[in-house]
Design a binder for this molecule. Structure first.
Ligand code: NAD
Length: 309
């Protein structure tokens, strides 16, 4: 596919945002990235894209960038995405994830643009008795972290801008995204940590019994969902996950990690998290194509290559 108008990708120097930027460049789109490089990297930015080094909380800067780019689609991925940092500094987390999202929505409103927002599934649904697993979008979100709550607030503002100003928004509630370029701090950070340990020849550390599960979704599949959502779907909240639970012990086994070392469970950690993405299948025609058996070895190989091993 080639052509299409210019787009803005916030967080386009980060793990998911830069993979999305690569795909948009490959489609022949003009890509403008807004990123303050706080957790992203210059080397992730595709050379064909224009990097605007700016903070999403700077309303005037974001509005100016979107308007001068002539972008009618904004993929909003910039965030404070570190759950532990959010607990340590909740005001900073709220500032970036709520005020930053508000700034992006203001810019979209003034430019007449649509927004595709990177929301979180596991982080926002939380875990409580009666929560269906796999979890559909109709389940009540009850976050258990500041991060899950601030991302949910961002979704709330997306809804508001739709009702108040008619800004079309799609909120993609992502599972635990893994793949090349991920770092240890994101929601699927354990994959990067285990990969590093394996390459170092060290044993993997499992907190608790290792039976806690997550919905690990491969980054290329997530990018495919963003591209589909950016093509014109209005006003939707959609889960983007595999519907399959993978435990920490499964990760160790698939990566070939040998016997792990066990440590006491970490307080506040979810026991189970898994998303029902059948709505995205119906609305976007999206389905995950990469199993953990394929995606994990690819991720490990990319970590090895990045370290020159
Ligand atoms: N990785 C996951 O498993 C996962 C799961 C659910 C949702 N998400 C969401 O997807 C998005 C991307 O996540 P990621 O894993 O690629 O994280 P990441 O940290 O790699 O990317 C975030 C990017 O945003 C930039 N950024 C942070 N604060 C900024 C600010 N104030 N102004 C401008 N840029 C700023 C960072 O420099 C970085 O490049 C985030 O919104 C995150 O909440 C990620």
């Amino acid at each position: 596919m080639a052509g299409g108008g210019p787009v803005v990708v916030t967080g386009g120097a980060g793990f998911i945002g830069s993979t999305l930027a690569d795909a948009l460049v490959a489609e022949g789109r003009r890509v403008h990235i807004v990123d303050d490089l706080s957790s992203g990297h210059l080397h992730n930015v595709p050379p064909e894209a224009t990097l605007h080094e700016a903070d999403i909380r700077d309303f005037d800067a974001v509005r100016g960038i979107v308007e001068s780019a002539g972008a009618l689609t904004i993929f909003h991925l910039a965030a404070q995405a570190d759950v532990r940092r959010a607990i340590a500094d909740p005001a900073f987390d709220a500032d970036v994830n709520i005020r930053g999202t508000l700034s992006v929505l203001e810019a979209a409103h003034h430019a007449g643009a649509r927004v595709v927002f990177a929301a979180t599934g596991g982080g926002s649904y939380g875990e409580y008795p009666g929560l269906p697993i796999p979890t559909p979008e109709t389940a009540e979100p009850r976050p258990l972290s500041h991060y899950g709550q601030s991302k949910l607030a961002g979704e709330g503002y997306c809804g508001l801008y739709g009702r108040l100003h008619g800004v079309p928004t799609v909120r993609l509630r992502l599972g635990n995204v893994y793949g090349p370029r991920q770092d240890p701090h994101g929601e699927a950070g354990v994959v990067a940590i285990f990969s590093g340990r394996l390459i170092d020849g060290a044993s993997m550390t499992v907190f608790g019994d290792g039976l806690q599960t997550r919905d690990y979704v491969y980054v290329d599949d997530v990018v495919d969902a963003f591209l589909r959502a950016g093509a014109g779907t209005p006003h939707q909240t959609l889960n983007i996950g595999t519907g399959r639970e993978t435990s920490v012990l499964d990760l160790v086994r698939i990566l070939g990690g040998g016997d792990p070392a066990f440590e006491p469970p970490r307080p506040g950690e979810l026991q189970r998290s898994c998303l029902d993405a059948s709505l995205a299948a119906g609305v976007l025609g999206w389905r995950p194509r990469t199993s953990v058996e394929d995606g994990l070895p690819r991720t490990l190989a990319s970590v090895r290559a990045a370290r020159g091993d």
